[in-house]
Design a protein around this ligand. Structure first.
Ligand SMILES: *Cc1c(COP(=O)(O)O)cnc(C)c1O
Length: 341
């Protein structure tokens, strides 16, 4: 039985696994000084069409926390959406690794910040008693399964830069965003003003690992030391890096992301015809958020389905992954339909 609780329930995609196995040959330099790490970094520079600086860490919490810490002094603050993973799901990691930089949550429809919301926070205080805003962080795709268009990123980044703030992007589902928007990766990152991207590998089908991509190389000074101190420097780095080679080859990462997005569309389309089911947000990536009657949710759980209900009263989140089968979506829909009758 496949589940919809998280895209992290899925296993490793074949391309990543093949590349991982292929890297298991002989001896290679440790701590990132190997050919696989060099090649993936070069591939990412090609993908983003710029001379960015790339690091690999074990998970998204570390990627976000360390990236944000590299942009902030302890007396700075980070503007984020109130539903942002950095605010709600990282156990204070960004604050901890930055030695106290405060997160300043702002609201916005569909999990998205707007220039207005960001501007309001920037303009709120300028005295020395309040932590100085230094970073805006955007999640792409958002925690609500919506997307920022290139122009939306650019508008926020322009405002941020005009006030001396840096722009960080939490791209745990960056692949789903790129696949859905059909844009070049550069268009929704550095060309739109993103300074640092945490490019999620795990949710798109790698066994483990995220890439931290610095488009402004001045910001990555000392980042290697920061990773090492935080316990995020992989000693056998080739195994963190190699799976990326597999998914970057022939655009497998985009193919998988497109599939996950399509499964979310299939689910959303099915839900639209079920009385009592109500979509909470536009389905733009691989997540579907729906209001369902409490009895339906309880019935689904009884039948073994796993999903989260953390947004709104009765709202359920269904995530699709690279391996989600159409038959699994249809089985879930059949159960929802049956329980709704
Ligand atoms: C999953 C996720 C992360 C990373 O979480 P880890 O469990 O630490 O890998 C970061 N941001 C968002 C929006 C996520 O959904």
């Amino acid at each position: 039985m496949q589940h919809f609780a998280s895209d992290n329930y899925a296993g490793v995609c074949p391309e990543a696994l093949q590349a991982l196995l292929a890297a298991n040959v002989g001896h290679a330099p440790a701590y990132g000084d190997d050919d696989w790490t060099r090649r993936v970094s070069d591939r990412l520079r090609e993908l983003f069409a710029t001379d960015c600086d790339v690091y690999f860490v074990f998970n998204g919490t570390a990627a976000n926390s360390l990236a944000l810490a590299s942009l902030c002094q302890s007396y700075h603050s980070v503007i984020c959406h109130e539903l942002a993973h950095v605010e709600t799901d990282e156990c204070g990691g960004p604050e901890f690794f930055s030695n106290g930089s405060k997160l300043l949550p702002a609201s916005g429809a569909g999990g998205k910040l707007t220039p207005q919301a960001v501007g309001e926070v920037i303009g709120r205080r300028s005295d020395i008693h309040f932590p100085k805003p230094r970073v805006v962080t955007l999640t792409q795709a958002t925690e609500c399964g919506t997307l920022y268009r290139p122009a939306e990123v650019a508008a926020i980044a322009e405002l941020a830069h005009a006030h001396g703030l840096r722009v960080h992007m939490d791209g745990a589902r960056f692949a789903n965003a790129v696949a859905s928007l059909g844009v070049a990766p550069a268009e929704i990152t550095w060309r739109a003003g993103v300074d640092v991207l945490c490019f999620g590998g795990t949710k798109m089908g790698l066994p483990v690992g995220e890439a931290v991509v610095f488009f402004d190389r001045r910001l990555s000074e000392d980042f290697a030391w920061r990773c090492k101190q935080a316990g995020q420097l992989a000693s056998k780095m080739r195994f963190l890096a190699a799976p990326w080679l597999g998914v970057l080859e022939d655009e497998a990462w985009l193919r998988h992301a497109r599939h996950a997005n399509a499964m979310a569309q299939r689910l959303a389309t099915g839900l639209a015809s079920i009385p009592g089911a109500q979509l909470l947000f536009p389905v733009e990536a691989n997540g579907v958020f729906a209001n369902l009657p409490e009895t339906v949710l309880a019935g689904l759980r009884e039948r073994g389905w796993r999903f989260y209900t953390f947004i709104g009263a009765g709202g359920a989140r269904f995530m699709c992954g690279w391996d989600t089968q159409p038959a699994s979506v249809d089985a879930l829909l059949a159960d929802i339909r049956g329980l709704s009758a």
